[in-house]
Write a protein that binds this ligand. Structure first.
Ligand SMILES: [Fe+2]
Length: 215
């Protein structure tokens, strides 16, 4: 590799800091001014249909995971939280759609819907339940940093997926993928309701993914 890339600078900083909070990470990313070209080595040209988006882990340290996600047109994550992660920051290089939700008494409602701005950094808190997806006709990449102050396993172990179509909350250790293979599900908790709008949207996103998988 020629020179010291911005991603190597970020990795050096992560490796050398046992403690940090999300505002440190946000400031570091803002100062580093990462561009889409810096993520090129981890950008995927495509991904298996079984995955709802492309996922390339750059490095998993003791307390952090750094990952590049490649969103093809119509790629959507399932609605999810971030499990055991203490916090995260996600920098997005394109106009992804971002939905946030609230789940009270096992009922899911939409809190907000927005279009992310190029280069925007989103904060991930333990309370955040969200979904990201690509409604454009361009491939979009995003850089994801997750931090766990006291990891008991994977940095984002015990992630919940809100499977509103099948009215259940799934526990996984990996990606927030639709139509998960059974072996990827650690636990399925029945009972999850949602508004009709969320249900219709999730039905169509699941059907889209299932069509791709069986095509
Ligand atoms: Fe997320």
């Amino acid at each position: 590799m020629v020179g010291h890339s911005k991603i190597e600078t970020l990795l050096d900083w992560l490796r050398n800091n046992a403690k940090m909070d999300p505002s440190d990470a946000r400031r570091f990313l803002e100062d580093l001014k990462i561009g889409i070209e810096d993520l090129a080595p981890w950008k995927l040209e495509g991904h298996p249909h079984e995955y709802s988006y492309g996922r390339t882990v750059i490095e998993e340290g003791k307390k952090y995971e750094l990952m590049v996600v490649t969103w093809l047109p119509d790629d959507f994550s399932m609605i999810h939280n971030h499990g055991d992660a203490s916090w995260g920051v996600v920098q997005i290089f394109g106009g992804l759609e971002h939905n946030s939700y609230s789940c009270k008494n096992r009922h899911l409602t939409l809190l907000g819907n927005s279009k992310v701005q190029e280069g925007q950094i989103l904060g991930i808190s333990p309370q955040l339940i969200h979904q990201m997806g690509n409604t454009t006709d361009q491939v979009i990449v995003s850089l994801h940093l997750y931090w766990n102050n006291d990891p008991q396993g994977a940095i984002t172990a015990n992630t919940f997926l809100y499977d509103v179509v099948n009215e259940q909350i799934l526990t996984v250790d990996g990606g927030a993928f639709y139509a998960l293979k059974e072996e990827w599900v650690l636990k399925a908790d029945p009972i999850l309701t949602s508004s009709p709008e969320i249900l219709e949207q999730e039905k169509s996103r699941l059907a889209h993914r299932q069509r791709l998988i069986t095509s």
